[in-house]
Design a protein around this ligand. Structure first.
Ligand SMILES: [Zn+2]
Length: 447
């Protein structure tokens, strides 16, 4: 992926450029926006705010000069319409939003039936924004549906109804490097290094096949990460993919690098081209929810004796989702006095995973589940004093330690893709390596 200049790219039906009706409506709305600023003539309704719109749309900014000119005549400012914006709440649809904004059912119908590629107004998500602008006779002239600072839809009235345009802005990408040594917890030290919790989860998702982030993180572990930050007109608007990362866990180092596959999907590989993704998750639950580590050799909380323990216990709050460790078929989902609510999953002919003491089971016997699917929630049913997940991993019917068992090695990237792989990944690894003071790219692995 390359950094590109800020420019809107439109898809779907395009606005007729220089269309007189649309243009005058746009100019009129801008008068309203600008006139709002000095007068503070804010129409405050519940959850509706008058806002300055849209600075990021080329369609509108190209028309701003005449609007600013007309501001010199103050008489037009007092009656000028304004943009009104509302934030989408959970349960909202276009009808409820338009009603809140004082619009009627025919407006809803006209805008909702505007043909854009994927009818985005039918898939509103809480937290997004919708803004409207009326024309000089109080009719709906424009609707702006903002999905993010980089993506919005603009609906504008023409003589046939409304026309919709999707506007996607391309941010500038700036690779950013962060590193931390863990002294407190991964979340704490990563946050102190300037990483968001989202990025911590991305790191855990990349390395979570090799490292059990719930139980195996120790003081002195360290990581480094190179990722894109996104900028629009000099303003940071978000972060992009992790490009390359290293994680050193209890003295063992792992490296991963991003590869954009031919179909555009993104996967992470070791520097020599083995996928980071494995057939099984190391820990079948969200590590950020783990409350404390259990000792592996401890008195059983119920039987008050050292019990030969055949699994791993993860203490986590009641209700924490439990994931299928790998793709498989549910061979048991039931309740017993000792296990409480339990789920067993068969993975191919060789592997079985077991999940005990669940509060709720979210699957049934015979169901096929994919890796990472929630199959239940953490609880304390059966012989358990506190909420925890008891997790077992069996290979050919024999209990193995899921945290250390050797899992089948994934295949190295196809020979036909190796050239492209190294062309993409070597610069990223070199960049991370320069920051780390180590050259990670293995030149001798090239074909
Ligand atoms: Zn246990």
């Amino acid at each position: 992926m390359q950094a590109s200049r800020n420019s809107p790219s439109t898809v779907g039906s395009k606005l007729p450029k220089k269309h007189l009706v649309a243009a005058s409506a746009v100019a009129f709305c801008l008068i309203g926006v600008i006139s709002l600023l000095p007068s503070k003539n804010v129409q405050a309704k519940r959850n509706i705010i008058a806002v300055e719109l849209p600075t990021d749309s080329q369609v509108l900014t190209t028309l701003s000069s005449p609007a600013i000119d007309s501001l010199d005549k103050p008489s037009s400012a007092s009656t000028a319409p304004i943009w009104q914006q509302t934030t989408i709440a959970s349960g909202d649809n276009l009808s409820s939003i338009f009603k809140r904004l004082g619009l009627n059912a025919s407006d809803v119908y006209a805008v909702a039936n505007t043909s854009t590629e994927q009818r985005p107004l039918q898939r509103l998500r809480p937290g997004e924004h919708i803004a409207i602008c009326l024309n000089d006779v109080g009719r709906l002239a424009q609707v702006k549906y903002t999905r993010s600072s980089l993506e919005h839809y603009l609906y504008e009235r023409n003589e046939n109804g409304f026309q919709g345009t999707k506007v996607v802005l391309q941010p500038d990408l700036l690779p950013t490097y962060k590193t931390a040594i863990i002294n407190n917890s991964l979340s704490f030290d990563a946050s102190r290094a300037g990483l968001s919790q989202g990025k911590v989860m991305e790191i855990a998702n990349i390395f979570g096949w090799d490292i059990d982030f719930a139980l195996d993180i120790r003081n002195g572990d360290e990581f480094s990460v190179l990722y894109d930050e996104k900028f629009l007109n000099g303003q940071k608007v978000g972060t992009g993919d992790i490009l390359a990362a290293t994680f050193s866990n209890q003295g063992t180092s792992y490296s991963a690098v991003r590869f954009v596959e031919q179909d555009g999907s993104i996967n992470y590989y070791t520097p020599d081209g083995k996928p980071m993704r494995k057939a099984f998750l190391r820990a079948p639950l969200d590590f950020t929810r783990i409350s404390s580590n259990f000792s592996l050799r401890r008195k059983h909380p119920v039987h008050k004796r050292i019990k030969a323990h055949r699994g791993v216990d993860y203490a986590a709050p009641r209700g924490t989702p439990v994931f299928a460790a790998g793709d498989g078929k549910v061979i048991a989902s039931g309740y017993s006095k000792a296990n409480g609510n339990y789920v067993f999953i068969q993975h191919g002919g060789k592997y079985v995973t077991k999940y005990l003491h669940l509060t709720k089971r979210l699957t049934r016997k015979g169901k096929h589940v994919s890796q990472g699917k929630a199959i239940g929630t953490v609880g304390s049913t059966g012989y358990a004093t506190g909420p925890h997940l008891h997790y077992e991993f069996l290979v050919n019917g024999v209990h193995r330690n899921p945290r250390t068992v050797k899992l089948p090695d994934a295949k190295t990237i196809a020979k036909s893709q190796r050239k492209e792989f190294f062309a993409q990944t070597t610069p990223l690894l070199n960049q991370l390596g320069q920051h780390n003071g180590i050259l990670l790219a293995q030149a001798n692995l090239h074909d």
